[in-house]
Design a protein around this ligand. Structure first.
Ligand SMILES: [Fe+2]
Ligand SMILES: [Fe+2]
Length: 344
């Protein structure tokens, strides 16, 4: 292959290296000057998300409990999509922001499930729970890839995910870790991912774009699967950890928020166009969230009473599963019947 770019010649390369050496102490890079643009602030490449917003994936929590994700960066490839080009520029920009946001959260979910698998291993959880967490990580990676592709489609430029590492965990007493795992399984898995599955299913009803629809169908199916996995983890932790875990989970159940915000759709834009590309809030009054939350709490009470009535020997050998009742409007996955909810 013959290189034609002058910047790839030896003198050009030397010039770029010299420029890089000059800019490095200033916190800049030669790449940023030669077209490797980023719209992420260099000093702050990570961000946190308020807990009241639903995380469409498994939330990645730091040791402090705060949510974490990595900001993505613009790549170098220009993307032209005729379906996206039909949209007004402000709608396209809003869709790019929305899907980029989703992609970053899904990307963080990959690390969150690897972290979960590791923690389950440490507390000697059954193999099927550990394998389930690893499989969920693969599914989250698929979601992230699909969402980054969608964001790039509206942005017109490819996107690169930021770098994330599994949070460092200090050794904890086993009961403490079981309580933490149980609380996270309830809050982040059963409730959050269950609601994320409902939202994805609901958005399918107003989506006309076939690529967005296919993405939402996959996400709706997988997120419900992740919520079910969390219910199994929760049941096992309750059975294994005894009274301290029960107390922690009950406290967490009472502290569940009254409202989780799906997303904030910008005012003044064509909402129908946004909804047809998957950007809508199908639960503006939060009623679907409360139904899912209340079903999770009711299922928790059933699991606790069953666990307490079981002999201890049975508890150690079985991972009893508790599944929250699906919302009446919720579909069943990739071939789900779209729910009747309408965008705001
Ligand atoms: Fe998930
Ligand atoms: Fe996901």
């Amino acid at each position: 292959m013959t290189r034609t770019s002058s910047s790839d010649t030896q003198p050009g390369r030397r010039r770029r290296l010299a420029l890089g050496a000059l800019l490095l102490p200033l916190g800049l890079s030669a790449g940023a000057c030669s077209g490797g643009l980023t719209d992420s602030p260099i000093q702050n490449t990570t961000t946190t998300t308020p807990e009241v917003f639903v995380v469409e994936g498994r939330p990645l929590r730091l040791r402090s409990g705060r949510l974490h994700r990595a900001r993505s960066r613009r790549g170098h490839s220009h993307i032209t999509d005729r379906y996206a080009l039909w949209l007004a520029p402000d709608v396209r920009a809003a869709l790019a922001d929305h899907w980029r946001d989703q992609a970053e959260l899904e990307h963080a979910s990959v690390v969150a499930f690897h972290d979960l698998a590791r923690r389950l291993e440490v507390v000697d959880a059954p193999d099927h729970l550990i394998r389930g967490a690893l499989h969920a990580a693969e599914q989250e990676a698929d979601h992230a890839g699909r969402c980054f592709d969608l964001a790039a489609r509206y942005l017109g430029v490819s996107l690169r995910p930021g770098r994330l590492r599994r949070p460092r965990r200090l050794p904890r007493p086993r009961t403490t870790e079981l309580a933490n795992l149980a609380v996270e399984a309830l809050r982040d898995g059963v409730v959050n991912e269950g609601y994320a599955a409902w939202l994805a299913t609901a958005r399918i009803a107003t989506t006309t774009d076939h690529i967005v629809r296919a993405t939402l169908e996959v996400i709706a199916h997988d997120e419900q699967h992740h919520a079910d996995l969390s219910a199994a983890v929760l049941a096992w932790c309750l059975a294994e950890g005894g009274a301290p875990v029960h107390a922690a989970v009950h406290a967490a159940a009472h502290a569940l928020p009254d409202r989780m915000v799906a997303c904030v759709v910008p005012a003044g834009l064509d909402r129908k166009a946004l909804a047809s590309h998957g950007y809508s809030d199908p639960d503006p009054d939060g009623s679907a969230y409360r139904t899912i939350r209340d079903a999770a709490v009711a299922a928790l009470s059933t699991t606790v009473s069953t666990t307490l009535s079981e002999p201890a020997t049975d508890r150690r050998t079985t991972g009893r599963q508790t599944r929250p009742t699906r919302h009446p409007q919720q579909g069943t996955g990739r071939t789900a019947t779209p729910c009747a909810a309408q965008p705001a």
